[in-house]
Unconditional design. Structure first.
Length: 410
């Protein structure tokens, strides 16, 4: 029996597996006995981009409800080693390990939060990089009223003003005010700090709108600062040789991302983000039988610009990787991936959202109109079909590029 093995059940991995199963089903008897298997430590698909929200229950999709109807085998384990010359991987689960052979491998192990060696960062900060991390943050916030009455008890400092940091900072004032008593809501303080000279500097025409929205939400902005240290009392920020200490019971790190370390086990030259270079068919360059998709892969998405670590690119990369892995295995013509549009939709909590188009991020929608688009994306567009039928799943897994999400233009 032949095997197509997928590592990871994030956006790229889930859609890789479904797309591969779809293509095998389409080929019928020609495909013979071919298994699609996916290795993932957890029994659920996490809609990771929603980890800044509460509650988190809707962000989990049980894998058996999606993979079962598609005929994909779930192996709940962690991949520890990739032996690409011999086409096998080693997985660990329940204290034991085993080796799995493959005919085609799709590496879709995602990315991890970069945590630089800043004093105290590992021991005194939270993050929303994973479902577990986001749950840990919420559990901590719920304990705040029971903590000693210090000046920073209801202060939260978010470090890193990328999209995740902005979205979390915009949500936190309302979340904290729901937790504290009415008489103490005036003590809620949220600070968003970043090294860039302007908060949301990379957001083009949306930057001033984001800055205004955060000010309206009473989020204090600290652009142009660096995090020097974190301790049990709060943070120390530096700027041009001066220091500012902010007492805070809650510090949340939203730094940059880096590809999963498994990418480094392939005999390729990784890009600065640790990603595997792939061609337009999602084949790992110079590694026979291996494809890569999502955050751990770098493809020139439109022939010129590299893909972005986002579900916007990870989902179509997965669909094409799964389809092409089957085609490659059986000598069928593969499909090149090309996406000629790029959008950014940033949630701004109770204020609304902003929607931009193009790599220069031209503002096209804001406020409630953009928020409605964001709700559709977060609640519908990025999920697999909810009815769980084989036909619906295969239709959604077709190797096609969706059109940009619609919005009411300003």
């Amino acid at each position: 029996m032949k095997r197509i093995l997928v590592i990871g059940a994030g956006f790229a991995g889930l859609w890789s597996a479904l797309s591969a199963a779809r293509k095998l089903d389409e080929m019928g008897p020609v495909a013979g006995e071919t298994e699609v298997a996916i290795v993932n430590p957890a029994p659920f698909h996490s809609v990771r981009v929603r980890n800044y929200e509460q509650p988190l229950d809707p962000t989990l999709v049980p894998l058996d409800t999606v993979l079962g109807p598609a005929g994909v085998r779930l192996i709940q384990a962690k991949v520890t080693d990739i032996d690409s010359p011999n086409r096998r991987v080693t997985v660990a689960h329940d204290g034991a390990s085993e080796t799995l052979d493959y005919d085609r491998l799709i590496l879709a192990a995602g990315s991890v939060l970069v945590r630089p060696p800043i004093p105290g960062l590992d021991h005194h900060s939270f993050d929303v990089d994973t479902y577990a991390g986001a749950c840990r943050l919420q559990a901590h916030l719920l304990t705040l009223p029971a903590l000693p009455d210090t000046p920073g008890r209801y202060t939260a400092v978010v470090i890193g003003a990328g999209l995740t940091g902005i979205e979390l900072a915009a949500e936190l004032p309302a979340r904290l005010r729901e937790i504290v008593t009415e008489g103490e809501r005036g003590r809620v303080r949220v600070v968003l700090a970043d090294r860039s000279t302007r908060i949301a500097q990379a957001m083009g025409g949306a930057q001033p709108v984001i800055e205004n929205a955060l000010n309206t939400l009473e989020v204090e902005l600290r652009p142009g600062v660096s995090l020097e240290s974190v301790d049990e009392r709060g943070v120390t920020l530096t700027q041009d040789g001066s220091r500012e200490t902010i007492e805070a019971a809650t510090v949340i790190w939203c730094g940059g991302m880096h590809a999963n370390a498994l990418a480094a086990q392939l005999p390729v030259t990784l890009d600065p983000l640790g990603r595997v270079p792939v061609d337009t068919f999602l084949r790992a360059e110079g590694v026979p039988g291996v494809f890569a998709a999502g955050d751990c892969a770098r493809v020139l998405i439109d022939g010129t610009r590299p893909s972005v670590m986002s579900c916007q690119h990870g989902r179509p990369m997965g669909r094409y990787a799964g389809h092409n892995a089957v085609c490659d295995l059986f000598g069928v013509e593969m499909l090149p991936l090309s996406i000629d549009w790029y959008t950014t939709i940033c949630d701004l909590g109770p204020w609304g959202a902003v929607y931009t188009e193009g790599w220069d991020r031209q503002l096209v929608s804001q406020g409630e109109a953009a928020k409605q688009t964001k709700r559709t994306i977060n609640g519908e567009r990025i999920y697999p079909p909810r009815n769980g039928t084989r036909e619906a799943l295969f239709q959604a897994a077709a190797p096609v590029v969706q059109t940009p999400p619609p919005t009411h233009r300003s």
